[in-house]
Design a protein around this ligand. Structure first.
Ligand SMILES: *Cc1c(COP(=O)(O)O)cnc(C)c1O
Length: 389
């Protein structure tokens, strides 16, 4: 029996609610051992080209209903390659949300283009399509949209704007492989989709990424850029081998994460209303959860600062952290354009917490423990503010 919420929190010397800490990632999966064994036995792991990359490309193409799949060395490289494939260059502009993965901002700078930052939809905390429409100018060469922290961008609205204004979309699905957005797999609303296979991601090869597009000329431009006598941004056979069983397991794992995310949302709504999950418009969509995003309301936690709250919950063995910094808060004004104020991105910068995904593959008890940890810290907020920790 675990300690009750009003027993002393771990950060103040009590017993952690999860003494072994958060679950590790990637999990110890027999299917991964098997495929590693096969790669070693057949010695394909040491080849430049082999069956695993071919199979991975085929399966990603089938999954996406998209002819062209280019495997590469990271999600960050994939975003850069997607922009290069769309022929974005110096002096041109790429629009993205002011709260996004920092590497996306830097990829735009890396190709000599200017990031144009737009605000978020409050409650959803992802790009606001209305802000996007207003930011498009004759210099706009691409729109870069990420689905972050379980919040999905309203892609039908973004697609309509993109078509009407004649600007292509890069859809960053790094946090949501296999999610479905109004009936389409995440990425398929874009002209180009981007995936990451980084060490913490839902599909992990330690490193790696992919660019997916139905547009042959975009894929060809990327090939011309990456092929320099040899592949300059490679994904190896060994990485591809490890991704194949994970791709097969993805639908079932996504379904379990979705179920546990819904359970966690229900429990928090009843018991911890000061921690509000990111909202999606009611729809036929099924978001993915690399992170489970939450808006933190300090006044429901005795004015405990967000960072201290996160530290206290982490001490209980729960992987919760402050979200990204808003891009306009951490970069010089000379680096970007912001055509309108960014009050929602400021609110996200101050208020978002993210729960790391591995716990979402665990039991209902593990989800209950998250809520108990939050209740425990709330119960002890005054002591936490009073005692040096
Ligand atoms: C992780 C991530 C990336 C980049 O992926 P890496 O493989 O780590 O380079 C890009 N965009 C988003 C939204 C991500 O979460």
């Amino acid at each position: 029996m675990s300690p009750s919420p009003d027993s002393r929190p771990a950060i103040l010397g009590g017993e952690p609610l999860r003494p072994n800490g958060p679950p590790d990632w990637p999990p110890d999966d027999p299917a991964l051992r098997d495929v590693l064994h096969r790669a070693a036995a057949e010695r394909t792991w040491g080849k430049y080209h082999g069956p695993f990359c071919d199979a991975l490309r085929e399966q990603i193409a089938a999954w996406h209903d998209s002819a062209e799949v280019l495997l590469c060395c990271s999600g960050t490289a994939a975003v850069e390659l997607a922009l290069r494939g769309l022929n974005v260059g110096p002096g041109e502009e790429v629009i993205l949300a002011a709260y996004d993965f920092k590497g996306n901002f830097q990829d735009i700078l890396a190709i000599g283009a200017t990031p144009v930052l737009v605000d978020l939809l409050p409650g959803n905390w992802n790009l606001d399509p209305a802000a996007l429409d207003a930011a498009i100018t004759e210099k706009t060469r691409a729109i870069l949209v990420s689905h972050l922290h379980g919040g999905i961008v309203e892609m039908p609205a973004v697609r309509e704007i993109a078509d009407r204004r004649g600007v292509p979309i890069v859809e960053d699905a790094c946090q949501m492989p296999g999610a479905r957005i109004h009936g389409r797999v995440a990425g398929d609303w874009g002209d180009v989709a981007v995936h990451s296979f980084g060490g913490s991601k839902l599909l992990s090869a330690g490193r790696g990424g992919a660019v997916v597009t139905p547009r042959a000329e975009v894929a060809q431009r990327i090939r011309l850029y990456t092929q320099r006598g040899n592949d300059a941004y490679p994904l190896s056979e060994l990485q591809a081998a490890l991704l194949l069983p994970q791709l097969a397991a993805l639908p079932a794992r996504n379904a379990l994460r979705l179920e546990n995310a819904a359970r966690l949302s229900r429990l928090l709504k009843d018991r911890c209303p000061g921690l509000r999950p990111l909202r999606n418009a009611p729809s036929d969509s099924q978001p993915g959860y690399y992170k489970f995003g939450l808006q933190y309301e300090p006044n429901d936690f005795g004015e405990l600062p967000r960072e201290l709250f996160a530290r206290a919950v982490r001490a209980e063995g729960i992987a919760i952290d402050p979200g990204f910094r808003a891009l306009h808060q951490i970069h010089s004004r000379r680096r970007f354009r912001a055509p309108a104020p960014l009050p929602q991105a400021d609110a996200a910068d101050r208020g978002i917490l993210t729960l790391h995904h591995p716990v979402l593959l665990e039991s209902a008890d593990a989800i209950e423990t998250i809520v108990r940890a939050v209740e425990r810290i709330r119960h002890w907020s005054a002591a936490l503010l009073a005692e040096p920790v």
